[in-house]
Design a protein around this ligand. Structure first.
Ligand code: DGY
Length: 339
């Protein structure tokens, strides 16, 4: 009997590879054998006849790929929480299931959110650059050297208030923030999921904002944690920045295009906001050394490392493999997205 074909678009951490390899007797495993992103033409060629494909967030899952795979395809397992690289309608109409990893990376991304807030407020990037350039001797300790806004007493505004946003809020409460507001696709309405029981038990107000304008104008820290959709693309743009407080910072741990980068550069140039901390940016990873955002001393940009703890990446890998295998056999996945 012919083996069931699966395609995996990256090398996997040992633990996850072991789970996959244990099925070698039943599976034909075709795997991209490099640490670099999978070549699109390789994927299109090898997808033919596959029953399952395990993809990274850098692989577009669209009509082109599904057509190339053909009628056998039953499951896509994405090594990510975000699924904006997947055309959900295209999967739905073919009854293809979608697995993803929404829970295991929450802590890692929430931790990075706090790092980026503090880096942006406390001028982490700018301070390190000053020392690294050997400028410290010319700028010795001074009462106003590298001063920035303090987190205690801040109003924190969340664009998107899902699991990662709420885990970030959980970490922010001990810092003594004053208030949290959030905007979801249902402005003004309280969210249903209280993932960590915070909303019920909070010692500070946690309230839905009625509009992006309200969130922009009232927040000292804006955290972008929403999915990328046509309605969130460039939600944080010129109008949003104009309404922000001059001492406010914006942090993006979601997807780059939610922030209009040109507008962010202008807002930083003109002092409309104090700083920014970005894990993601439009057109990543194609950010060359002469990109205007890199000339902004008050912007910290890291290369999409939100979930990059050893423990989390291990869990994401094993969960993705389990989702893939469950999808092949019609079993329950660890996490399946309802299409
Ligand atoms: C994801 O998995 O979608 C995240 O962007 C990883 O940090």
């Amino acid at each position: 009997m012919a083996k069931t074909k699966v395609v995996v678009t990256r090398q996997l951490i040992d633990e996850a590879q072991k789970i996959l390899d244990e099925k070698k007797n039943d599976l034909e495993i075709v795997q991209w054998n490099s640490e670099k992103p999978c070549d699109r033409s390789w994927l299109l060629e090898n997808a033919k006849g596959a029953t399952g494909i395990l993809v990274m967030l850098s692989d577009q899952v669209n009509e082109e790929l599904l057509e190339a795979a053909g009628d056998e395809l039953k499951v896509i397992a994405s090594f990510s929480v975000g699924t904006d690289h997947v055309e959900r309608d295209a999967l739905k109409k073919r009854n293809i299931r979608l697995g993803y990893t929404p829970t295991c990376l929450t802590d890692a991304v929430a931790d990075l959110t706090i790092m980026l807030i503090l880096m942006a407020q406390r001028r982490g990037g700018e301070s390190m650059a000053m020392v690294n350039k050997g400028e410290w001797p010319q700028m010795p300790w001074h009462p106003l050297l590298m001063t920035g806004p303090q987190i205690r007493g801040a109003t924190v505004g969340f664009l998107g208030f899902g699991r990662i946003a709420q885990a970030s809020l959980q970490r922010l409460l001990p810092f003594g923030i004053k208030r949290a507001i959030y905007l979801t696709s249902k402005p003004g309405q309280p969210v249903k999921e209280d993932h960590f029981g915070l909303i019920k038990s909070a010692s500070i107000p946690i309230e839905p904002a009625k509009s992006a304008d309200e969130l922009a104008s009232e927040s000292d820290v804006v955290i972008v944690g929403c999915s990328l959709t046509p309605s969130t693309k460039h939600l944080v743009g010129a109008d949003f920045f104009k309404k922000m407080k001059k001492l406010a910072v914006v942090v993006n741990i979601a997807r780059g295009p939610v922030i209009d980068t040109d507008a962010l550069v202008k807002a930083l140039d003109e002092g409309q906001i104090f700083g920014a901390g970005l894990d993601v940016i439009e057109n990543e990873p194609n950010i060359q050394a002469d990109h205007p955002i890199l000339k902004q001393p008050r912007c910290v940009l890291v290369p999409h490392i939100g979930s990059a703890t050893i423990e989390t990446r291990e869990q994401m890998a094993t969960e993705s493999v389990k989702n893939l295998l469950a999808g092949l056999t019609g079993k329950a996945m660890v996490n399946e997205l309802d299409l």
